[in-house]
Design a protein around this ligand. Structure first.
Ligand SMILES: [Zn+2]
Length: 277
């Protein structure tokens, strides 16, 4: 799901880090790096809106374990801006908390979980120049946190998961997750299988990207768990109606109409049910 772009900018997070720095020489080096940091932030935003962040080359450990990445700042120093100055020190922590609190739903799984951490869309181990860029810091739930999954990043356009701040709106406004309702015994609630079926007019790359996103965050299995918890209630409600159309009109259609976004698990489930009953 899409969430609104952070109100804080790279200028804000960098200023907090500079204010938090205790040594003047270090402050000065951060000030000297500011233009380059802003330039990198603009590049990130432009490529993110095009869906081509994969074009940014990852920093791989070559001859030096800790190379200079930007201005005269080393990889370890850029990571420390995030780890220490933004996440731990008081001056930065307020901004960290603001970014984390900007959404009460995890955008990667469509709100199955609540955000617990900020997750680097481009992992800081390979893209340390974006370690404190608000657009790169996504509020994510524990199950979706990518950094627990070995700092993976996309190397092709197809392999990119959706970017909740920057990706184009059709990913969030059009339905590409569907549910199949399978009921073997008419006296018992059935089960739901969720699958992807992106609109046929989408490009092959966009279709591949939502499939990747669906698999990466295990959305099929996680949606099925939610649906299994819901179906008994729905089934009990259904028994109160002698007319299936009336049941659809009063119990299914309002849920579908009021869902917060196109691929919300409950909306997808209820559409699956509506089309089967
Ligand atoms: Zn999540």
């Amino acid at each position: 799901m899409q969430i609104s772009r952070p109100e804080l900018s790279i200028t804000d997070t960098l200023a907090a880090c500079i204010n938090g720095a205790s040594r003047d020489a270090y402050k000065q080096r951060l000030v000297m790096a500011e233009n380059e940091i802003l330039r990198q932030a603009e590049l990130y935003c432009r490529l993110g809106e095009q869906g081509t962040l994969y074009q940014i080359t990852a920093l791989l450990s070559g001859s030096s374990e800790d190379p200079v990445v930007l201005a005269d700042l080393k990889k370890s120093e850029l990571i420390r801006l995030y780890e220490y100055y933004l996440r731990k020190k008081k001056t930065g922590r307020e901004l960290y908390d603001t970014l984390l609190g900007s959404s009460d739903k995890c955008p990667f799984c469509g709100g199955l979980g609540r955000p617990r951490n900020l997750d680097h869309y481009l992992p800081k181990a390979f893209f340390s120049q974006f370690s404190i860029l608000p657009y790169n810091l996504i509020p994510a739930c524990r199950d979706c946190n990518m950094e627990g999954k070995g700092d993976a990043y996309a190397q092709t356009q197809e392999d990119q998961i959706l970017h909740p701040f920057l990706d184009r709106s059709h990913f969030f406004e059009q339905q590409w997750i569907f549910a199949r309702y399978i009921q073997e015994d008419s006296d018992q609630p059935g089960v739901f299988e969720f699958y992807t079926s992106p609109p046929s007019q989408w490009s092959d790359i966009d279709k591949a990207r939502v499939n990747k996103h669906f698999c990466e965050f295990d959305i099929g299995a996680r949606y099925s768990v939610k649906a299994a918890q819901e179906i008994s209630d729905v089934f009990a409600q259904r028994r109160l109606f002698s007319c299936v159309d009336e049941f659809k009109r009063t119990n299914l259609e309002p849920v579908i109409a009021n869902a917060s976004f196109a691929n919300y698990w409950k909306r997808v489930m209820y559409i699956g049910l509506l089309n089967t009953l």
